[in-house]
Design a protein around this ligand. Structure first.
Ligand SMILES: [Zn+2]
Ligand SMILES: [Zn+2]
Length: 214
């Protein structure tokens, strides 16, 4: 049984997830905290719930999903993990942040390990499987908890929409085919936690997502 806590953070309204089970071991998915009060809220939650952060993992490394990686590694002593194909975006973080006028708040945090297709991220009695679905970024990963019936998809898929493909590394046809072949084949009731906006289900997106109708 997995518990999921979502923090909506930074000017991009990015969803930072804390996922944990009864052992109180936890993972943070896409630590996007930018402002001190966002960091404090996450830190307070981890302390109040007596959680032990085992992994800090990224669905991808667009700036809004990696803002908080430095804070998380300093605070919880765990280095971030992401797909190698997105790693170059870490060096680009300061200049990206400059474009948005928030450079002074941002410190680029190198990865501690790479994640790739079919890797298993374990914590407590639980695990997440990495599924590589490129097209929004080259290294986009989704994290699937089959037993719990949930998947964290970053910016690959949203309730009623899909990720943008006009940024470097984007590829619309690749994104659509990855969603069709790797996500829509999951059980109907699978809860989809996206990088922005509300959660949804595989069935709802298979049936109603206007970008995925044949
Ligand atoms: Zn993105
Ligand atoms: Zn995003």
């Amino acid at each position: 049984m997995l518990q999921v806590k979502c923090f909506q953070v930074n000017p991009f309204m990015e969803n930072t997830y804390v996922v944990y089970d009864r052992t109180r071991q936890a993972v943070i998915i896409d630590c996007g905290c930018l402002y001190r009060e966002e960091e404090q809220a996450l830190e307070d939650f981890v302390r109040d719930e007596h959680l032990e952060i085992r992994h800090v993992i990224n669905t991808h490394l667009h700036l809004d999903h990696q803002f908080g990686n430095h804070f998380a590694s300093q605070t919880f002593g765990v280095l971030p993990e992401a797909h190698r194909e997105d790693e170059s975006m870490i060096a680009g973080l300061p200049s990206q942040a400059m474009l948005f006028g928030i450079a002074e708040r941002v410190t680029a945090q190198p990865l501690g390990a790479y994640l790739a297709e079919n890797d298993i991220i374990t914590f407590g009695q639980s695990s997440l499987k990495a599924i590589h679905v490129p097209g929004h970024s080259r290294g986009s990963l989704c994290f699937y908890a089959a037993d719990a019936g949930m998947i964290f998809v970053g910016d690959v898929l949203f309730a009623g929409s899909i990720g943008r493909t006009d940024l470097p590394g984007g590829n619309h046809a690749q994104l659509i085919s990855g969603i069709q072949s790797k996500l829509l084949v999951l059980p109907d009731a699978t809860i989809v936690y996206a990088g922005h906006g509300t959660d949804t289900t595989i069935k709802r997106e298979r049936d109603c997502n206007p970008f995925l109708q044949m």
